[in-house]
Design a protein around this ligand. Structure first.
Ligand code: GDP
Ligand code: MN
Length: 383
């Protein structure tokens, strides 16, 4: 389970990791009250479980209550990469001298924990890893030995953190490690970890993923689950009993079975495309479910083509075909469908669709061929 930034910061606080004083707000008035309490200037931050909020305009500095009103009003309801903002975190603004990066995660291949520290924080760490890998200092930690202060000190020096930040940063790494291990996190990331102009090191952002397998020993996690508000599309999908996860690409995916849905994502990637979502319509899906799945995907404006990949087993291909026909009547689909039907009643399914095949509904015999076609359509190619 991913936590919101404010929850991550509350989690950090339990382990003594320094953060800025602040509070949660769901309305403009609440935001002003939190800002008054935190002390001006403040920063108003959109709470959505997606990175790059700053660039999207979801993080704004405010010098006084009026500015808080303006920014809170603008940010509440904002759509950031398909996530609608319903909640804000308002905290006392920091004077930033330097922005660093620090994280702990599990390196499954090495069977060890991995700590990463960089003096190039505040920006997308994947980008740093791609363009300047030497800017990230790495340390593998044997879970039996744990992390010791001398190793942490060496690591922050290696990462090139400023002299005056090193001692505090090393201490903070020990706290973050404790949070990661004792707190049963899959990921504990601070980006940026800052050095303030007053020479203090603290966490300006928090990205925490809890290890769901450890939920049994953390009854307190139930509070987090309760606030796990789904975005509009995920809510719509859930109402219709679909297993939908939004992603950031342009090819909408519908498949039956989680395994096939994942393979479909892989194949789309393999031929140079990117999936807009994961959607498993499950076994035994009927026409109604298929139509509902198309409806949900149709609300995603990033979608340029829809790849329907069905391997009929319990799910019968003729039912799927009926669902597609029904959806064509029920909703005005914005994107063309590329369909691959195989397995139980595939021929009957194709027969049902025969009259509807057009540029907007293409049938491809193989999964790879269908993926190529869907990606070509999504990227505006002509084929
Ligand atoms: P993200 O874009 O979703 O990762 O959100 P962050 O919480 O990391 O904030 C993005 C950027 O906003 C940071 O890298 C800072 O440059 C800026 N920012 C956030 N909080 C403050 C603050 O208290 N003071 C100042 N000056 N800038 C801030
Ligand atoms: Mn950040």
């Amino acid at each position: 389970m991913d936590l919101y930034e404010y929850q991550g910061k509350q989690y950090f606080a339990r382990f003594g990791i320094p953060t800025s004083p602040g509070g949660v707000a769901d309305t403009v008035d609440e935001a002003v009250a939190r800002a008054d309490a935190a002390g001006y200037p403040v920063v108003v931050k959109a709470q959505v479980k997606v990175g790059g909020r700053g660039k999207a305009g979801g993080i704004k500095l405010a010098a006084d209550a009026d500015e808080v009103r303006t920014h809170a009003g603008n940010i509440l309801g904002m759509d950031i990469k398909g996530h609608v903002v319903h909640r804000l975190w308002v905290e006392h603004a920091s004077d930033i001298a330097r922005e660093y990066y620090a994280s702990f995660t599990l390196d499954r291949t090495a069977k060890k924990h991995l700590c990463m520290v960089s003096a190039k924080g505040g920006v997308d760490i994947e980008e740093v890893a791609a363009t300047d890998p030497s800017a990230i200092a790495r340390l593998h930690i044997d879970p039996v030995d744990g992390l010791h202060i001398d190793e942490a000190t060496k690591l922050v020096a290696e990462a090139g953190l400023d002299e005056e930040a090193r001692e505090q940063a090393a201490q903070l790494l020990l706290l973050l490690y404790a949070c990661y291990v004792e707190g049963d996190c899959d990921l504990a990331e601070i980006n940026p970890l800052i050095l303030t102009t007053e020479g203090k090191v603290h966490a300006l952002d928090a990205k925490v993923t809890l290890d769901d397998n450890a939920a049994f020993r953390h009854p307190e996690w139930e509070d987090f689950a309760g606030t796990d508000t789904l975005d509009e599309r995920e809510k719509l999908a859930k109402e219709k009993g679909l297993n939908y996860i939004g992603l950031s690409g342009s090819v909408g995916i519908i498949a039956n079975g989680a395994g096939l849905a994942m393979s479909t994502l892989d194949v789309v990637n393999q031929v140079g495309g990117s999936a807009a979502n994961f959607l498993d319509i499950g076994g035994g899906a009927n026409a109604d479910v298929m139509a509902a799945a198309l409806e949900v995907i149709n609300t995603d404006e990033a979608v340029r083509s829809i790849f329907v990949n069905i391997f009929g087993g319990i799910t019968r291909c003729d039912e799927v075909a009926k669902g597609i026909v029904e959806a064509l009547h029920r909703v005005e689909l914005r994107s063309p469908i590329v369909l691959r039907l195989d397995g139980t009643n595939a021929e009957e399914g194709r027969a049902i669709l025969a009259d509807h095949v057009s540029e907007r509904l293409v049938v491809e015999p193989t999964m790879l061929g269908a993926a190529r076609r869907a990606v070509t359509l999504a990227t505006g190619g002509s084929k």
